[in-house]
Design a protein around this ligand. Structure first.
Ligand SMILES: [Zn+2]
Ligand SMILES: [Zn+2]
Length: 303
């Protein structure tokens, strides 16, 4: 099974600290790199983590607050200098094209490679052969989206030899059967189960990334049974008032949602600079959901 690798590039909220950079997570799968948020300094973190910024296929910006967005123009400038020619897809809330182009213009940048801008809405945003990306709305002080990476389900393996022995001609009929459709040859119907080994099937892996939001059950349905839920936890129990006011979450609230959604593992990130030591935050979260850990800058997780 091809591994999915998550790299935490920045785990601080609002402002960086010597230990934590601003928000960004890289996901690497089958040669593609997907970037979720691009806080200031993201490109240098990518280099340190040895994740190729040139292989970034798409960037997903959750919202336009500085700590999630301002690393984008600098990174595009570097791609430009390195003579990138592949199209770069940038997803973000309404206004993503205008805002990014304004930033590029501010820096006198003459773009030499194609960028495709896509405004986020709830639902499937990117559909690739091996995976899809979905977006869903969060509850922050400005429009903000969460994301789901979903590996395509494996239905099973196609038994080529058996298909040939049954006299099914090599070609498009193979694909049809593998896709779950019947085919007819000289009046005889063949069913997918005649040529598929379903014992090889499995459900695709799922990773959810939830950045700035008031913890809310409104988006739990999107997190169901995720292998990994990455959730913001700006505050601990002591910051619950601030969390409500600024529309952020506490570690405990994130853990309660993880439990409700029956995820396998919760990783907390986007931590306020006021917590030099995060032991208490992890403890509070674990009281609700044991499978919790704290993200650190440059930490990698493989599933
Ligand atoms: Zn933030
Ligand atoms: Zn924000």
């Amino acid at each position: 099974m091809e591994k999915i690798e998550l790299t935490f590039l920045g785990t601080s909220a609002a402002m960086p600290t010597p230990q934590r950079n601003l928000s960004s997570i890289a996901l690497r799968f089958m040669g593609d790199v997907l970037l979720f948020d691009a806080g200031e300094g993201t490109q240098r973190q990518l280099m340190t983590a040895q994740v190729s910024y040139m292989k970034i296929k798409a960037i997903f910006i959750s919202h336009f607050h500085a700590d999630h967005f301002l690393g984008l123009p600098g990174m595009i400038a570097t791609m430009n200098m390195m003579e990138r020619s592949d199209v770069l897809k940038i997803f973000g809330p309404k206004g993503i094209k205008k805002r990014t182009e304004q930033a590029l213009e501010l820096a006198l940048m003459k773009l030499e490679f194609p960028i495709e801008y896509i405004e986020l809405k709830e639902g499937k945003m990117l559909n690739e052969k091996n995976y899809s990306i979905y977006a869903f709305p969060l509850k922050h002080v400005t429009t903000c989206f969460g994301f789901t990476f979903k590996e395509q389900d494996k239905k099973g393996t196609f038994m080529r030899k058996k298909a040939e022995d049954l006299g099914i001609p090599v070609g498009p009929m193979f694909a049809k059967l593998a896709d779950g459709k019947n085919v007819k040859i000289n009046g005889k119907t063949f069913k997918p189960k005649d040529v598929m080994d379903y014992s090889q099937g499995r459900t695709g892996r799922k990773i959810c990334i939830v950045m700035d939001t008031l913890a809310s059950t409104s988006y739990v349905k999107h997190l169901k049974q995720a292998d990994i839920l990455v959730h913001e936890a700006v505050f601990g129990d002591d910051g619950i008032e601030r969390a409500l006011k600024t529309k952020h979450s506490t570690a405990r609230q994130a853990a309660k949602l993880a439990k409700k959604a029956k995820v396998q593992k919760l990783i907390l990130t986007h931590i306020s600079s006021r917590y030099k030591d995060t032991t208490e935050l992890v403890k509070q979260a674990k009281e609700e959901f044991e499978q919790t850990e704290m993200a650190e800058d440059l930490m990698k997780k493989e599933i």
